[in-house]
Design a protein around this ligand. Structure first.
Ligand code: C2E
Ligand code: CA
Length: 390
C-alpha cells in the first residue's frame, strides 16, 4: 500500500510521514510540489493507493493537482489538506468528486492524528482502485441487472411536527459478487453514460412497488419515493410506464414520489418538462432532490411542477454551527412554503440536527439519526418501534 504525500512545507511533510508511520503505513513517498507529484503519478498512475495533498502550494496548487489526477484517471483515494477556511476544503472536495475521483476526506491543517486515523479507518479506500476499475465497465453492470444483483434499500422519512413515519425513500445498491455492496454514486454515472439508466430505474421502481404492496398487505401504507435521474426524463414513455406499474398493483399515484436530480446538463429541457408535467397530471408526487447544490436550481423550481423540496444534507447536518448553512436552510424552508411545496431536511445525523429541524419551519426529516437505509422487510418492525425523541 503506497502513499504519496504532497506539501511544499518540509516540516509538514516530515510530520505527516511520522503520523502515517505511527499508523503502520511505512511506504510513503514525499513530494514538495504539485508538479513533482503529478510527474510521479504520470509514470505509473496505478502505483499509489492514496494521495494526501495540500491545497495551498506555490506553483501548482492542490486544485490543479486534482485536475491532473482526473486526467490521469487516478483510481486511488485522495485526502485533501488545508489551513484555509473550511469552505475552501469543502469546495475542493466537491470538485474532486465531480472529477470522478475518490476523495476520502478533507482535513484541516495542522492535521490532528485522530482526524487522520478516522479518515483511514474508512475501509473503502483500500479497495478504491479495485472498485473504480470494476465500475468503469458497463458490461459488469449489464450483467448485474441480469443476475439480480441490483437491490433496493429503504430509508424512512418522518413528519417533524407529529414524529410519525411519513414515507420511505428507495435507494439502490449493487450486491457485487466480489466487491461487496456498492453505493449508487459508484455506478449511477456508468449507467447514465452507457444507456443503462432506464433499465436500472425500471428495476428499482418495480421492486419498490412490489415492496409497497407487501407493506400495505401488512397494514403499513407508506408513501414511497424513488430517485430518478434527469436522463430517465428523456424517455417520453416514462410517465405511462410508472402509471401502469402502479395501477397493476392497485397503488394510488399519490403514494409514489419521484425525486428528481439533475446529474448532468439537460440535453432536452422541453422533453423533461413534457414528462414531468405528465407525471404530475397523473397525480404522482414530484420532489426536487439535493436542493441547494449544483444539481438543482431556482430555475427548476420556477419551471417544473414540484411539490416537495429536499434540502441537501450539506445545509442540514451541523447547520447549528454554521450560520451560512443555517441561513440557507431556513430560507429554503420559506421558499418551499411560498411555492406551496413541503420542505424535507436530508442528513439529520444527530440530536442537534433533529432539534434544529424541529425548531425550524421544515415539514419532514430524513437521516441517520432517524434511521439508516434498511431492507424492505425490516421497515415494519422499525416503524413499530420508532418514537420521535422529545
Ligand atoms: P440522495 O437522494 O440524497 O439519498 C440519500 C443519500 O444520503 C443516501 O446515500 C443515504 O444513505 C445518505 N444518507 C441518508 N441519511 C444520511 C445522513 O444522516 N448522513 C449522511 N451523511 N448521509 C445520509 P446513497 O444510498 O449512497 O445514495 C446516494 C445518492 O444516489 C442518492 O442521494 C441519490 O441521488 C442517488 N440514488 C440512489 N438511488 C438511486 C436510484 O435508484 N436511481 C438514481 N438515478 N439515483 C439514485
Ligand atoms: Ca433522493
Amino acid at each position: 500500500m503506497k502513499i504519496l504525500i504532497v506539501d511544499d512545507h518540509p516540516l509538514a511533510l516530515r510530520l505527516l510521514t511520522a503520523q502515517l508511520h505511527s499508523l503502520c503505513f511505512d511506504d510513503v513517498l514525499a513530494c514538495s510540489s504539485g508538479a513533482q507529484a503529478v510527474r510521479v503519478v504520470e509514470q505509473d498512475p496505478g502505483a499509489f493507493t492514496l494521495v494526501v495533498c495540500d491545497l495551498q502550494m506555490p506553483g501548482m496548487d492542490g486544485v490543479e493537482v486534482l485536475r491532473h489526477l482526473a486526467r490521469l484517471k487516478f483510481t486511488g483515494a485522495i485526502i485533501l489538506l488545508s489551513a484555509e477556511d473550511e469552505r475552501v476544503l469543502q469546495a475542493a472536495t466537491l470538485l474532486g468528486t465531480a472529477h470522478g475521483l475518490f476523495v476520502l476526506a478533507g482535513l484541516q491543517k495542522p492535521v490532528a492524528p485522530q482526524d487522520l486515523q478516522r479518515a483511514l479507518d474508512n475501509p473503502e479506500w483500500r479497495d478504491a482502485p479495485k472498485r473504480i476499475a470494476a465500475l468503469q465497465g458497463a458490461d459488469a453492470l449489464r450483467l448485474a441487472l441480469q443476475r439480480d444483483e441490483i437491490v433496493n434499500v429503504y430509508q424512512p422519512k418522518v413528519d417533524v411536527r407529529t414524529g410519525m413515519v411519513s414515507g420511505v425513500e428507495t435507494l439502490v445498491r449493487w450486491h457485487h459478487p466480489t466487491l461487496g455492496v456498492l453505493l449508487p454514486d459508484q455506478f449511477i454515472s456508468t449507467a447514465e453514460e452507457h444507456g443503462l439508466i432506464d433499465a436500472l430505474a425500471l428495476r428499482v421502481l418495480d421492486r419498490a412497488l412490489d415492496q409497497a404492496q407487501d407493506w400495505r398487505d401488512s397494514g403499513l401504507d407508506l408513501v414511497v419515493a424513488v430517485n430518478v435521474s434527469m436522463d430517465n426524463l428523456s424517455n417520453l414513455r416514462f410517465p405511462d410506464i410508472v402509471a401502469s406499474e402502479a395501477k397493476a398493483r392497485g397503488i394510488a399515484p399519490a403514494m409514489i414520489v419521484l425525486e428528481v436530480t439533475e446529474t448532468r446538463i439537460m440535453r432536452d429541457p422541453s422533453t423533461a418538462l413534457d414528462i414531468l408535467a405528465r407525471v404530475k397530471l397523473k397525480r404522482f408526487g414530484l420532489a426536487v432532490d439535493h436542493f441547494g447544490t449544483g444539481h438543482s436550481s431556482l430555475g427548476q423550481l420556477r419551471d417544473f411542477p414540484f411539490d416537495e423540496l429536499k434540502i441537501d444534507r450539506g445545509f442540514v447536518h451541523a447547520a447549528g454551527h454554521n450560520t451560512s448553512s443555517r441561513a440557507i436552510f431556513d430560507a429554503s424552508c420559506r421558499l418551499a412554503h411560498d411555492l406551496r411545496m413541503t420542505a424535507v431536511a436530508e442528513g439529520v445525523e444527530d440530536l442537534e440536527d433533529w432539534n434544529l429541524v424541529r425548531k425550524s419551519a421544515c415539514d419532514h426529516a430524513q437521516g441517520f439519526f432517524i434511521a439508516h437505509p434498511m431492507e424492505g422487510d425490516a421497515i415494519p418492525d422499525w416503524a413499530a418501534g420508532w418514537r420521535a425523541p422529545e
